[in-house]
Design a protein around this ligand. Structure first.
Ligand code: NAI
Ligand code: MG
Length: 351
């Protein structure tokens, strides 16, 4: 079996970790008896600086027929972040209908959490983030620039369909896991969109009597990610809240360099996109010290999505083994002094 994967290394450490991880993915695929045929796209900030666009006009269409997409990160210190995000990532997520962003948060054995008293296995939950609308809808405008009466309007969009899609997937996940769903909104202050969201959670919940639903306002949820992260199983949240909470989730489970993510097209035949949660990290770019494990674990989610779960499990097991071994190489974010390539070399040797 051969799968086609569109590879978008992107900017900064995104490109570094993707280049490092690719041979490991190939090794695992070969062992499991399948092959990946990559097509690499040199889209990103360098292209923007040369040609004025992060990707070509028909970029999203070029991606449509691949089995999956693997993205590093985008972001450049000389380009405003809204330009890089709106020029590449958001159009891909939206136009390929990747309505759900799934982000597991796990404190693995051998990893130090900044939370006192937490050890490997104590934190294990998954966030389902709505991924194509909500607060990231491209609806609004800015007028009268520079005048005292300058005005900007930014609207959030919540549709019944979009909300129901992510809520239903979250219930399905909770039913398969520990049977607990935490619904995070801010419906005291955002009394339209988020109240619709809460209503939909209530409605869909009727079909999952085995799932216990907890409701939290996002500010309380932020507190509880720190105070009692062990209490979460599946968390469902809007685009913005899910974005913020998953950085918090990444750091309580040890490092931004360990957090994977999947942008899933569940409703249609477009490919899903896999990427580390972290960005291009200009502060450590070019030093060869970026932690590649978030990308390895994103690769595992990509394999799962292709139906190659054994390969996905194999990758997760390799990462677990490496992290549990104190003598294994670790990048500085995990307290070590190893480089990106050392970590991958060690994983390949273990395989
Ligand atoms: P960031 O995630 O790039 O970095 C945050 C902090 O975590 C930095 O101190 C960085 O050194 C560290 N870090 C991140 N990934 C790491 C890794 N794999 N190994 C070791 N340390 C790691 O977020 P930041 O600094 O807010 O954004 C930098 C650029 O990335 C911006 O241009 C931003 O727009 C973009 N960005 C892109 C994302 C994407 O493409 N999905 C997501 C987040 C930010
Ligand atoms: Mg983010």
């Amino acid at each position: 079996m051969t799968y086609t994967v569109a590879l978008i290394p992107g900017d900064g450490i995104g490109a570094e970790v993707v280049a490092a991880v690719k041979p490991l993915l190939d090794d695992v695929a070969e062992r499991e008896g399948f092959e990946i045929e990559y097509t690499e796209f040199d889209w990103g900030s360098d292209r923007y600086l040369q040609e004025g666009a992060m990707m070509p006009d028909d970029g999203v269409d070029q991606l449509r027929h691949y089995d999956a997409i693997l993205l590093g990160a985008v972001g450049h210190p000389d380009i405003p972040d809204h330009v890089t995000l709106h020029g590449l990532m958001l159009p891909i997520r939206k136009e390929l209908n990747q309505q759900i962003c799934k982000r597991p948060t796990e404190l693995r054995e051998g990893v130090q959490s900044p939370l006192r008293g937490y050890e490997g296995g104590d934190i294990d939950f998954v966030v389902y983030r709505e991924n194509t609308e909500g607060e990231y809808a491209d609806v609004g405008g800015r007028e009268h620039r520079g005048f005292e009466h300058e005005v900007a309007i930014q609207s959030a969009v919540f549709t019944r369909k979009g909300t129901e899609t992510v809520v239903r997937e979250a219930f399905e996940a909770a039913a398969e896991r520990d049977g607990k769903l935490t619904n995070v909104t801010k419906s005291n202050a955002q009394a339209y969109g988020m109240v619709l969201w809460d209503d939909i959670v209530e409605e869909v919940g009727q079909e999952y009597p085995e799932v216990t639903v907890e409701r939290l306002l996002v500010d309380a949820a932020a507190m509880d990610f720190v105070r009692r992260p062990e209490a979460f199983d599946v968390v469902v949240a809007s685009n913005l809240f899910g974005d913020i909470l998953t950085d918090l989730g990444a750091i309580i489970s040890g490092s931004m360099g360990l957090a994977p993510s999947a942008n899933l097209c569940v409703d249609g035949d477009a490919p899903s996109m896999f990427e580390p949660v972290h960005g291009s990290a200009p502060d450590i770019q070019g030093q060869g010290i970026a932690n590649p494990l978030a990308t390895v674990l994103s690769g595992a989610m990509l394999f799962d999505d292709l139906g190659e779960d054994t390969a996905g499990d194999r990758l997760r097991q390799l990462v677990d083994e490496q992290l549990a071994d104190d003598s294994a190489p670790r990048t500085p974010d995990l307290g070590g002094d190893a480089g990106t390539d050392d970590v991958i070399k060690d994983l390949r040797a273990r395989l």
